[in-house]
Design a protein around this ligand. Structure first.
Ligand code: LLP
Length: 405
């Protein structure tokens, strides 16, 4: 994966002129490179892309072209994934809910795997009129109860999180699933944006005695969570490889961020610059487009685009803020930027994962457009800018208030 700027300034300037801002720009070639990195490290693994990172159809199709499957947690994600043509056999259903609508579509489409998060979830699947889907195999999700050394919101593998079952409970459920003839193996997603593979050592330590008690299990789903940038895949591959080979397990991985984060940027335009105790650069994109800085204090590199980039850096601290009315509405704090002024363009990088996917209509902000570029070719619009009408399209007039959802 490259960490050089994704696109040159002339390209970005032209894209902003042509499609307007804010604008999501994705480089499909960067996704090819990311798949290559994972495949080189884990040549035998099933890769199930965590669709929550970015559900754009062009991206799903590109991943499908590489034989990548999907990890989905809602009926919406499953529907979009099937619509993009992904192979149901390579789809893993996960998540703590798995409601009736998701179960029904999963059963109709014949998904390959379901990761069971609780005993009651297993009962729900079995109690449906269709029963457990024929041909689908189950993982049982284990909560390894360790510190995944990441932001609290993403620390799914700590004992207090809602995900998975404590090891001894997971074993009990896995025995039941095995007795029903449906067990593939165990699943752990210890957290996201993990940069230290020793977290996975802890996970494997928890899993070892469980696999010893589950001779039927022949697969392991280690989830995703690989930090961008810079996860040491070679280290993880060696340790996981030893574990799976010793036990004859087929490996599944569910990378989200690692496949798409570096492939996308958010292009925004400066609306105002306010000097003061702190310089505030007010951009036309903010937390309703890219929530990560507000929600996790996440850092995304921000650079000025075009001739302005050559100017010297502004001396004092600069915040790049969004257009909405709350302090958290910002794209970056203490950003090093040149003297910019209204009309200048900013590129917010490493934003291909959990960007538009977590966007909202807060303050009646409409969703930005998305374009993809493939091998440096002509940009293609893959989602048009949301029209104002989308804000009220689903509202029901008071006279029609009896109409049900
Ligand atoms: N598998 C499971 C079961 C997951 O819950 C997730 C992410 C993934 C795979 C993919 O994780 P990744 O490889 O993308 O780290 N909104 C946050 C990330 C939350 C991830 C939730 N689960 C963010 O913007 O950083």
């Amino acid at each position: 994966m490259t960490h050089a700027p994704l696109f040159d300034d002339a390209t970005l300037t032209a894209l902003a002129e042509r499609f307007g801002t804010p604008l999501w720009v994705y480089d499909l070639t960067e996704i090819d490179a990311a798949v290559g990195t994972l495949r080189r490290a884990f040549p035998e693994a099933h890769l199930a892309y965590a669709v929550k990172a970015n559900a754009n159809r062009a991206i799903l199709r590109r991943l499908h072209a590489h034989g990548v499957g999907a990890e989905v947690i809602t009926v919406g994600e499953l529907a979009r994934t099937l619509r993009a043509g992904l192979d149901p056999a390579e789809i893993v259903i996960g998540g703590p809910a798995q409601d009736r609508a998701l179960r029904d579509l999963a059963r109709r489409s014949g998904v390959g795997r379901v990761s069971i998060d609780s005993a009651s979830q297993w009962r729900d699947w079995c109690a449906d009129p269709g029963g457990w889907p024929v041909g689908t195999r189950a993982f049982v999700r284990v909560n390894p109860g360790l510190d995944p050394a990441t932001h609290e919101h993403m620390a799914t593998g700590q004992a207090t999180s809602k995900f998975g079952l404590a090891p001894w409970e997971a074993l009990e459920l896995a025995r039941q699933v095995a007795d029903a003839g449906s067990l593939a193996g165990l699943h752990v997603h210890a957290g996201s944006q993990i940069d230290d593979p020793s977290v996975h050592d802890g996970v494997l330590e928890v899993l070892a005695p469980l696999y010893a008690a589950l001779p039927e299990a022949d697969e392991l789903d280690l989830g995703g969570g690989f930090a961008v940038p810079g996860f040491p895949y070679d280290v993880l591959a060696e340790r996981v490889g030893a574990f799976t080979q010793e036990r004859g397990l087929r490996l599944w991985l569910e990378p989200g961020r690692a496949l798409v984060a570096t492939a996308g940027l958010l292009l925004a335009r400066v609306l105002h610059v306010k000097e003061g105790v702190r310089r505030h650069v007010i951009a036309d994109a903010g937390m309703a487009d890219l929530l990560r800085p507000a929600l996790y204090g996440a850092h995304h590199p921000i650079r000025a685009v075009g001739a302005v980039a050559a100017r010297p850096a502004h001396a004092g601290p600069t915040d790049v803020d969004g257009p909405l009315c709350e302090n958290a509405d910002r794209l970056g704090r203490d950003v090093v930027l040149p003297e910019v002024s209204a009309g200048d363009l900013l590129a917010v990088e490493q934003a291909g994962a959990y960007g538009l996917a977590m966007g909202s209509h807060y303050a009646s902000h409409t969703r930005a457009a998305e374009v993809v570029v493939d091998h440096g070719g002509e940009a293609r619009l893959v989602r048009r800018r949301e029209a104002l009408e989308a804000l009220w399209a689903d509202e029901v007039d008071e006279v029609d208030a009896t109409v049900s959802a």
